[in-house]
Design a protein around this ligand. Structure first.
Ligand SMILES: Nc1ncnc2c1ncn2[C@@H]1O[C@H](COP(=O)(O)OP(=O)(O)OP(=O)(O)O)[C@@H](O)[C@H]1O
Length: 293
């Protein structure tokens, strides 16, 4: 699925400015950005709930039509299941609305309730469930018609760690079947764990997009923690090395050239014992800060 040059204003204020990114089949794409950056607006435009002022959303290289959109699974920010309806009944109902026959809708609903850990609550009314369990039901609702793509707005908010694991497993399974999955989240540790690709948006503009390793390579320099048996001060004088931290025999260095690590290691070994030489992988939170600066 491709979002291309999408623009949208509200009351004369531009909130999406030439937004373009891809969501690849079989990959989980995390959509991250601060409050108000434009994630929900982008997702609403993908789903056709909101119109773009300009730009396109394409699916398999053609225009995204309403029949294909109906085959998407969407978990909107405002949620939207029926509070007074039993969980299983509404999943079956939603499956039927999406064109499943009664048998298939029931089978999918039951399988999903089992998968998200709600089998015992199947006959409870939604509003009697805890918020976390309502959230599980919302995710099941987005999946009940075997969607061809998944667009999930903050699917993990309010979930406990065990529930997160359950939902992560469900999304991975769908992605492994070839479904493109786009989800927004503020929980960068979770995004880091779950997603294959990342799209970073700030103030309505895409600041970065790509896999975690691509973004690391592009936005951060390789860092190494060096622990020597002797003073590490000589590292200051090695060309291409920047000292990030230096404390006696321990240093954290940044390399202008990723290949220079072997040169530094060889030099270190001629000077005495090398107790540790450990690449430091920057966290997604660090990359995010770097990208939106
Ligand atoms: N219907 C609307 N009318 C006017 N302004 C809107 C409307 N919907 C969104 N906006 C504005 O557009 C901007 C982007 O909002 P959006 O909800 O897409 O951000 P978001 O990245 O999803 O934020 P959050 O993480 O807080 O959910 C915000 O400044 C918001 O106030």
């Amino acid at each position: 699925m491709r979002v291309e040059a999408v623009r949208r204003s509200f009351d004369g204020t531009l909130v999406l400015d030439d937004v373009s990114f891809d969501v690849a089949p079989g990959r989980i794409t995390g959509f991250v950005g601060a409050n108000g950056a434009g994630k929900t607006t982008s997702m609403r435009i993908i789903l056709g709930v909101l119109a773009a002022d300009a730009g396109t959303v394409t699916w398999k290289d053609g225009p995204l039509d309403s029949a294909t959109r109906r085959a998407f699974g969407y978990m909107p920010e405002e949620r939207g299941l029926y509070p007074k309806m039993k969980v299983r009944d509404q999943l079956v109902y939603l499956g039927r609305l999406h064109g499943l026959d009664a048998g298939a809708a029931r089978r999918n609903a039951d399988a999903l309730l089992e998968q998200v850990g709600l089998a015992e609550k199947a006959d409870a009314k939604l509003d009697t469930l805890s918020l976390g369990n309502q959230q599980r039901a919302q995710i099941a609702a987005a999946l009940v018609h075997d969607p061809v793509a998944l667009i999930l707005d903050e699917p993990f908010s309010g979930l406990d760690p065990l529930a997160v694991d359950v939902i992560v497993a469900v999304l991975r399974e769908r992605a492994a079947d070839g479904v493109p999955v786009l989800f927004s989240s503020h929980q960068l540790d979770l995004v880091e764990r779950l997603c294959d690709d990342l799209v970073v948006i700030a103030a309505g503009q895409i600041r970065a997009a790509g896999s975690g390793s691509e973004l690391r390579a592009k936005y951060t320099l390789p860092r190494i923690e060096v622990l020597l048996g002797t003073d590490a001060g000589w590292l200051r004088d090695v060309p291409g090395v920047t000292i990030v931290e230096l404390d006696g025999d321990r240093a954290v260095i940044e390399l202008a050239d990723p290949e220079a690590d072997q040169v530094v290691l060889r030099e270190a070994m001629t000077r005495g014992p090398v107790r540790a030489f450990t690449p430091i992988v920057p966290s997604l939170a660090e990359i995010f800060r770097e990208v939106i600066r």
